[in-house]
Design a protein around this ligand. Structure first.
Ligand code: AMP
Length: 372
């Protein structure tokens, strides 16, 4: 079977690496001639919204998936008649618009931060008057890793926030004084079978995922997150991996956003779970039985952003799994990650300290202190 992947970044690359043992083969659609995923599959060089290139992809493959959210829905709809596309386009469309997403969460009884749509300066002032500060003004579309956001600390920040982001539809959210951020990764197969990974605790640096630790053990929150994902699976007749990021506040989950794809906070599953998120996504979209999501120990994943140690440096840590995406390092760019599967929380925490020293310009204070 041949899988078409829209987007040739590291997520696509890890999908392909997980799929080869299953006998799957891959074709990527990506405009960049040196997209890192294309090192491990066929490559159609073309824009994501080029109908001709999408048709070419559809002709060559048995099923299409995508590895990032900003794929134009209209062009996908045009090929959906003749080619299966998973996850469903309806889930993709919802995830592309923070307002649609949060309205759906509310409709399904999934808690969200307080929010208001903002299309004018008057709307923003009214939203701030109603929800107060601090709060975050976000673009409804095309925001990621903290981009397209403005934090308002005081009422007087309204004008500056409006100046920074106006011109596109916006949403104002009350700031959630969370104690931690967690994500839930679940998977539903085209046969209807579902599976869930344990919750992962995530810390960010400069808006970008820095560290993920799993499992985050909390039976009540695990159950609640699984119920929330089950509602979303039903809503979309979902197929594939689905990720939802949550804030934890006073022992409750508050949904921030969903991603209809494999997710950076699930990279630890490659070595830390019996079946990785990548393999389970492929199993799901190919209608194969899902693999066990059981965690293999105490796991930590560290992202390399902007720069990456050499394999020789990284592999000084004997139990470390090193992933170099083969990308040119650039500030803010995710270029690799490392995972350690430890047998206890104590050894995992020691591993975190050692891993942080691997970071070029390492700052061993870590991310907790810098949590956004
Ligand atoms: P997002 O792009 O919505 O995932 O936001 C990026 C990061 O900003 C999140 O991981 C949080 O750390 C922070 N953030 C976003 N929205 C809120 C909010 N309403 N309250 C508190 N922190 C937030």
């Amino acid at each position: 079977m041949r899988i078409g992947i829209i987007g040739g970044g590291q997520l696509g690359r890890m999908l392909a690496l997980a799929g080869y043992p299953l006998g799957l083969r891959f074709t990527f659609l990506d405009p960049s001639v040196d997209a890192c995923g294309t090192q491990v599959g066929e490559h159609i060089v073309g824009a994501y919204d080029d109908p001709k290139k999408l048709r070419e992809l559809a002709k060559q493959v048995d099923v299409i998936t995508y590895e990032f959210e900003n794929v134009p829905v209209d062009t996908l709809q045009a090929i959906a008649q003749r080619q299966q596309i998973f996850p469903p386009i309806s889930a993709l469309a919802t995830s592309q618009d923070r307002l649609l997403e949060k309205n759906l969460f509310r409709k399904l009884g999934i808690a969200t931060p307080e929010f208001k749509a903002v299309d004018s300066l008057a709307d923003l002032q009214a939203a701030v008057d109603s929800l107060g500060t601090p709060g975050i003004l976000k673009t409804r579309r095309l925001g990621y890793d903290g981009r397209g956001q403005y934090r308002l600390r005081r009422n007087q920040d309204v004008a500056a926030a409006w100046q920074a982001l106006s011109g596109v539809p916006l949403i104002y959210e009350a700031f959630v004084p969370f104690t931690r951020e967690v994500s839930m990764i679940g998977v539903r197969s085209s046969t209807g079978e579902t599976a869930f990974y344990p919750l992962t605790e995530n810390t960010h640096k400069n808006g970008v995922l820095h560290l993920s630790v799993a499992p985050f053990k909390n039976t009540t929150l695990q159950k609640q997150a699984e119920q929330y994902l089950t509602k979303l699976f039903k809503q979309f007749n979902y197929v594939g991996v689905l990720t939802v990021e949550f804030f934890v506040l006073r022992g409750q989950l508050i949904a921030n956003e969903m991603a209809p794809r494999v997710h950076n906070s699930g990279h630890w599953t490659i070595e830390g779970a019996k079946t990785s998120q990548f393999e389970n996504h492929l199993r799901a979209i190919c209608g194969l039985p899902l693999g066990s999501t059981a965690v293999q120990g105490q796991v930590v994943m560290l992202n390399f952003v902007g720069d990456i140690p050499t394999a020789k440096q990284a592999l000084q840590l004997s139990n470390l799994h090193f992933h170099d995406y083969g990308k040119q390092p650039r500030p803010g760019r995710k270029v690799g990650h490392a995972t350690v599967v430890a047998d206890s929380v104590k050894t995992r925490d020691a591993a975190v300290k050692a891993m942080l020293k691997l970071l070029p310009n390492s700052n061993t204070k870590g991310s907790k202190a810098q949590k956004k």
